[in-house]
Design a protein around this ligand. Structure first.
Ligand SMILES: Nc1ncnc2c1ncn2[C@@H]1O[C@H](COP(=O)(O)OP(=O)(O)OP(=O)(O)O)[C@@H](O)[C@H]1O
Ligand SMILES: [Mg+2]
Length: 333
């Protein structure tokens, strides 16, 4: 048997997370066994060490990409495990086509690079609130099996006034190190000329840094998505930096029907009058329609009903309209 000192050293290296030391002591023990003529035990030990090492390195390559940001990045990036695939997002044909194209370039990025081409990876999402921008980013990450990182620029800028550019540098460095889908949400905070309440010089500095960082290539082909509700606020110099600009829109009649049908599963609407439902949903965002459908389902569950009526849905849609009006009233006040 090996001596107590070796066991102690192994325990210590384990506690410190020093894998190399752990395995090198284990190998020393195996060698000692062999020297004492216990060849079989030595062999067995070496085989186990090899196995553990192989498992360790495989494990690491899976664990690292999904590890939550730590150290200086903490609080800058919010990591989310993607819950959606592209089929979950209700999109028009045009957007679906663009997404399919982006996915194809990303999936075949090695092939493109072999031909001296870089896959599209800088994308701007423009569209009204609740139209599925964040959800689509999540779906892209889900399709590519990559972690999703959300950066709230508004928060970043106000919290780190004066060091925003340095914080952005950290984030862009991370995009080059760790492949993922990075979403700069509320992007108009930096891309816009909304400088009345902010320090103008600082915003200029941040914007210039951003432009510069966007130009840098990154060998990991991380996808960078900027999302905004206000395209008119964006600087023209910035628009040129994107490989693709995708426009999201309010839902069409077909999409309203699709949003409601998929979000009431496993319930059904008895003899649905779609014309009336669609009429009641007009003017609402995708997000509001999904919530209305969800509320109708919850009520049915609580009432122990298995079905919905056209009126159930319409009531909930009207409720969403009312909420919106109430909000606009307080906003205007
Ligand atoms: N196109 C869509 N298809 C299916 N569900 C949608 C769609 N758009 C929105 N939803 C629903 O609404 C929720 C919120 O949407 P999301 O956060 O993607 O909107 P957004 O465009 O990012 O809004 P904001 O501009 O306010 O950030 C989603 O989680 C989803 O449940
Ligand atoms: Mg969003």
């Amino acid at each position: 048997m090996s001596n107590a000192k070796q066991i102690l050293a192994m325990l210590r290296s384990r506690a410190e997370g020093d894998e190399d030391a752990f395995f090198s002591i284990a190998l020393q023990v195996a060698a000692a066994e062999a020297r004492q003529g216990r060849r079989e035990t030595a062999q067995e030990m070496r085989a186990e060490i090899d196995k553990a090492r192989a498992r360790g390195s495989r494990g690491a390559s899976v664990a690292i990409p999904f590890a939550h940001p730590r150290g200086s990045l903490e609080g800058l990036l919010e990591m989310r495990e993607p819950r959606f695939k592209l089929k979950d997002v209700v999109l028009n044909e045009r957007l679906l086509g663009r997404f399919t194209d982006i996915l194809r370039q990303q999936r075949k990025r090695d092939w493109l690079r072999e031909h001296g081409k870089v896959p599209n990876r800088r994308i701007l999402f423009v569209g009204p609130p609740g139209s599925g921008k964040t959800m689509s980013a999540e779906a892209l990450a889900g399709e590519l099996n990559l972690p999703l990182f959300i950066i709230r620029l508004e928060g970043l800028i106000t919290r780190y006034m004066g060091e925003t550019a340095a914080k952005l540098r950290l984030i862009f460095d991370e995009t080059a190190k760790r492949r993922g889908v990075y979403v700069f949400d509320e992007f108009d905070a930096v891309g816009g000329q909304r400088t009345a309440t902010n320090d103008v010089a600082e915003m200029r500095r941040v914007l210039n840094s951003f432009l510069q960082f966007m130009e840098e290539g990154n060998s990991t082909d991380s996808v960078i998505i900027c999302s905004t509700n206000h395209p008119s606020l964006l600087d023209r110099a910035l628009l040129r930096r994107y490989d693709q600009v995708l426009e999201f829109d309010t839902p069409t009649s077909t999409q309203i029907k699709q949003l409601i049908s998929t979000n009431i599963v496993p319930m059904k609407i008895v003899r649905p009058v779609w014309r009336n439902i669609i009429h009641a949903a007009e003017g609402l965002s995708q997000s509001e329609i999904v919530r209305a459908a969800d509320d109708a389902v919850k009520t049915a569950i609580l009432d122990e009903r298995k079905q919905l009526t056209t009126e159930n849905i319409i009531d909930r849609l009207q409720e969403r309209h009312a909420m919106r009006t109430a909000f606009l009233d307080t906003e205007g006040a």
